[in-house]
Ligand binder design. Sequence first.
Ligand code: ATR
Length: 279
Amino acid sequence: MTLKLGLIGHPISHSLSPWIHAKFIDLAGLNGEYKLYEGNPNQLPDVLTQLKQNKIDGFNVTIPYKQVVLDYLDELDSDAEILGAVNTVVNQHGKWKGYSTDGEGYVRSIIESFPSLLNKDTSVLILGAGGAARGIYRALVQKRLKRVDIANRTLDKAKELLPLGKDFTPSEVLTFHTAEKNLSQYDLIVQTTSVGMKPKVQEQIIQLDNIRKDTVVSDIVYQPIMTKILQDAKVHGARIHHGHAMLLYQGQLAFEKWTGKKLDVSHLVDELEDKLRGE
Ligand code: ATR
């Protein structure tokens, strides 16, 4: 049997997911394919009809369809429902069920690199309050940490995230200025905005002068691998965590949903980094 997997989105020609899932299919000892199904918003209904007719086993969903795809699903996982976004669809006996693996994938990638970082004494600062921040915030608060604060340019947008965490972990919304001043109280700082992404590689969302050396600075941007804020974190003697690890572990979780197999993918973090560096 050939496992049929793929990705919908626009544009997706540079996606790393086919590379990642080809590795996973090999590791799992399966026969399979992971194809790109590119389509603009007008073409989306036809693309989805094609996937249904082909009896695809599962697919990932990326920008700009993470919300709109909900209209085409038969069932939603509870976290995906709360987040209002889906990045993974599983074909369960002809019914499509939607999941969101970004946040949990992020948390897995942190635990893999820093196994004891997340506990009841851990304070986290999230920079940004967009779609990526929502999933990461939701997954982090569920670990019942000491606090998970959110700093964002638009404070109202950050406040919209708070209901996602209220039953689990205390949170406050901050300006970037206040976050910079109070930086020494955080054990993990997670950069989720597009600031620092190619081509604007000289941009940095906050200054790190008040950071502690044992703090981990994590950037979900992976192009470039070494963003300005990660370079600066190193200069200040802090620890760093790269964005491509999240990409790999959200894929690990998606593959687990499709196949029931939880693969050890830790050795692929460096391989993916080499690929991103063009080696
Ligand atoms: P994504 O789904 O990738 O998270 P998004 O939903 O567009 O993207 O969210 C982008 C995030 O980056 C937001 O937090 C945005 O801040 P605002 O809510 O104030 O718009 C933040 N962002 C993007 N460009 C920024 C910039 N130049 N300075 C500060 N924040 C920026």
